[in-house]
Design a protein around this ligand. Structure first.
Ligand SMILES: Cc1ncc(COP(=O)(O)O)c(C=O)c1O
Length: 388
């Protein structure tokens, strides 16, 4: 059976060109980048090239990029790093109720350490209101952290507006751009951010590598203590193959992004329209137009998302009920609840995220299979029986 992979928000397949470059640094060019002989210096040079490639993708300078073990570490680094570096200035952080767990759990940890955190609400589309950010600021606020686009519903947040507010008040501004980097054009100066998180495996690079953009002059404490790697921001022997693969993925994304975003938007809209047309009692989650080009998130009344995912899997289609890290838990999505959905509706959600190798034929196949699955599940649904 041919597989149709529609879970690119969870992870993307590694581009073969990325894998090819990485394999060189796993085999022949295995040297430690800190070693002074040529094996080491070869790896060091390639890491610095990757830094330039990643910086160029987001309009940053290469010395503002710190490589990390992924998006989670970049989020931890940004939030804890700024909090601990500014303790003498204040103890208040502002974030949103729809952040990835990497930010939310870090904020909860800081609350246990005596910091105060405001979790801003969102509207029915999952949008944060910049005026809510303004109202939440106190003279103790040291960090604002708002994600660029939500990983579940795909809504793109008004980062530029919030960036202006943060700048006016002299507050550090972080955005988790794990879902947008390499997918939509993005420039750190236009967004007005001081810190920005990225992850390799969301843009056809490898897993276990990411980066934090740190604007020159931003006050934060290092994430790992030890050697002098990453200009002392993040000690530890560099994941050279990972970083070099991430760099190549960033370069490919920069070249392919605009055509790819256009192609995916067409397929996304075809899938959304097809689902809403063919399956009644179905709602689109997230913003109708201000959303990621590859994101389709829908709620089917009277059915469980988990059952849909299992049935799709039997047909060779990979999809998810929400973010990968929460899809193994039976808690309804905190994002959908924050958008005002009931726990039952949140349980009936399905996320389909498209990618580089998704074709129109695959979308047609999903549109053929999905109504059958929903029909079958509704026929045996106690939720529907209770509703009647
Ligand atoms: C918005 C967002 N932030 C952070 C992460 C975590 O990134 P990583 O898997 O690289 O740790 C993810 C991954 O799902 C994400 O979607």
């Amino acid at each position: 059976m041919r597989r149709i992979y529609l879970d690119h928000a969870a992870t993307t397949p590694t581009d073969p060109e990325v894998a090819r470059v990485m394999s060189l640094y796993l085999t022949d060019r295995f040297g430690n980048p800190s070693s002074t002989y040529s094996y080491g210096q070869e790896a060091k040079k390639a890491i610095e090239e990757a830094r330039v490639q990643v910086a160029e993708l987001i309009g940053a300078r290469d010395d503002e990029i710190v490589f990390t073990s992924g998006g989670t570490e970049a989020d931890n680094f940004a939030v804890k790093g700024v909090a601990f570096a500014n303790e003498n200035k204040g103890n208040h952080l502002i974030t949103t109720s729809i952040e990835h767990h990497a930010v939310i759990e870090t904020c909860k940890f800081l609350e246990r350490k005596g910091f105060r955190v405001t979790y801003l609400p969102v509207d029915v589309y999952g949008l944060v209101d910049p005026s809510d950010v303004k109202k939440a600021i106190t003279n103790k606020t040291i960090l604002i952290s708002v994600m660029h686009a939500n990983n579940e519903v795909g809504t793109i947040e008004p980062i530029t507006e919030i960036g202006k507010i943060a700048k006016e008040r002299g507050i550090s501004f972080h955005t988790d751009a794990v879902q947008t980097v390499g997918h939509i054009p993005l420039n750190v100066d236009e967004l007005g951010v001081d810190l920005l998180s990225m992850s390799g495996h969301k843009l056809y690079g490898p897993k276990g590598v990411g980066a934090l953009y740190v604007r020159k002059g931003t006050k934060l404490v290092p994430f790992m203590h030890g050697g002098e790697q990453e200009r002392r921001w993040r000690a530890g022997t560099e994941n050279a193959p990972g970083i070099i693969g991430f760099g190549r993925a960033a370069e490919l994304a920069r070249r392919e992004m605009s055509n790819e975003a256009e192609r995916l938007t067409y397929l996304r809209d075809k899938l959304i329209e097809g689902i809403l047309e063919r399956i009644h009692h179905t709602h689109l989650n997230g913003h109708p137009s201000g959303r990621l080009p590859n994101n389709v998130d829908v709620t089917f009344d009277f059915v469980e998302g988990e059952s849909i995912v299992l049935n799709l899997d039997l047909e060779g289609i990979c999809a998810s009920t929400g973010s990968a890290c929460s899809s193994s838990s039976l808690e309804p999505s905190h994002v959908l609840l924050a958008m005002g959905l009931s726990p039952e509706q949140a349980h009936g959600s399905l996320r389909l995220t498209l990618g580089k190798w998704t074709t129109e034929e695959m979308i047609e196949q999903v549109l053929d299979v999905l109504p059958r699955i929903i029909g079958k599940l509704r026929a045996i649904s106690p939720l529907l029986r209770n509703h009647r």
